[in-house]
Ligand binder design. Structure first.
Ligand SMILES: Cn1cnc2c(O)nc(N)nc21
Length: 277
């Protein structure tokens, strides 16, 4: 399984760890301590040393209830850091944004993957993504971050998430984005109850019907915290368990804060899986 841009390819035969680089003062887990650019670079370098194959750069918090950030502010947070990372790192760089202008400037600055929690539904984003040549992650979200957790409802969450992703996929193909450039993501925590999240994890294998790589991100999220009654600094074991389950269901890319721990967990899991009957 591969994920390609117009000029490079990421091998997904082995699981890939995507390290989270939050450049937001209100980011729910880092408390915005990586706002300074040199601190951001140091953190990214450490995540690559710890095994990250992708660094995900975000300038607008996507946690439930988060306020939106203006275009100019997001550009100022994200673009200089991507330029800095591009100059220093060989790994893939993804930009976590839903704004067309941020996508365009981020790819110009060196981003390889557009990670859009709104699956290219915002104005102009399909066209910008198509002409950028970057790879794309299409994620399912019900509603908007500010209100999505108020009362999410589905008749069958897995069926509806799959249908949404297939619809977005066909929109992308019509816009000229080749399937080889696309990966899909069920969007854990984005308009889902605790039950919805675990049903979607248990049935993650259903999403292989698309034939595309799967990206999952459950790191330190409330689906871990609510189940275990743990605050955000005590969710590593639950995070690793959830991601290893996703790995066992064939997921390819894991979006996490704790890169070293996830890399270690994957290596141990793969060592045993190698001998599986
Ligand atoms: C930005 N962001 C926060 N959570 C995420 C998730 O689960 N997937 C993707 N693709 N991006 C996310």
């Amino acid at each position: 399984m591969l994920l390609s841009t117009s000029s490079k390819t990421l091998n997904l035969t082995s699981p890939q760890v995507m390290g989270i680089l939050n450049l937001t003062p209100d980011s729910f887990s880092d408390g915005g301590r990586f706002v300074a650019r040199d601190a951001a670079l140091r953190h990214a370098l450490q995540m690559v040393r710890d095994g990250a194959g992708i660094i995900d750069v975000g300038g607008e918090s996507t946690r439930p209830g988060a306020d939106e950030v203006g275009e100019q502010q997001e550009l100022e947070r994200v673009v200089p850091v991507i330029e800095l990372l591009r100059a220093e790192l060989d790994c893939w760089i993804s930009v976590d944004t839903s704004k067309a202008v941020v996508m365009r400037e981020a790819v110009s600055a060196g981003a390889d993957l557009i990670n859009d929690i709104r699956a290219l539904r915002e104005p102009g984003t399909l066209a910008v993504a198509a002409e950028s040549g970057a790879a794309v992650c299409l994620m399912h979200m019900l509603g908007q971050p500010r209100t999505m957790q108020q009362a999410p409802g589905y008749s069958d969450v897995t069926v509806e998430v799959l249908a949404f992703l297939e619809e977005r996929l066909s929109s992308c193909e019509q816009a000229g984005i080749a399937r080889e450039r696309i990966c899909l993501d069920p969007g854990y925590g984005f308009g889902k109850s605790l039950e919805h999240n675990y049903e979607l994890l248990g049935k993650l294998g259903r999403l292989h019907a698309t034939g595309l790589p799967l990206l999952v991100g459950m790191s330190r999220k409330s689906m871990i915290g609510q189940l275990l009654q743990r605050d955000v600094t005590e969710r590593l074991a639950g995070t690793l368990a959830a991601h290893l389950f996703a790995l066992s269901q064939g997921a390819h890319i894991f979006r996490v804060h704790d890169v070293k721990d996830m890399s270690d967990a994957i290596r141990v899991w793969q060592q045993a899986a190698h001998y599986q009957g």
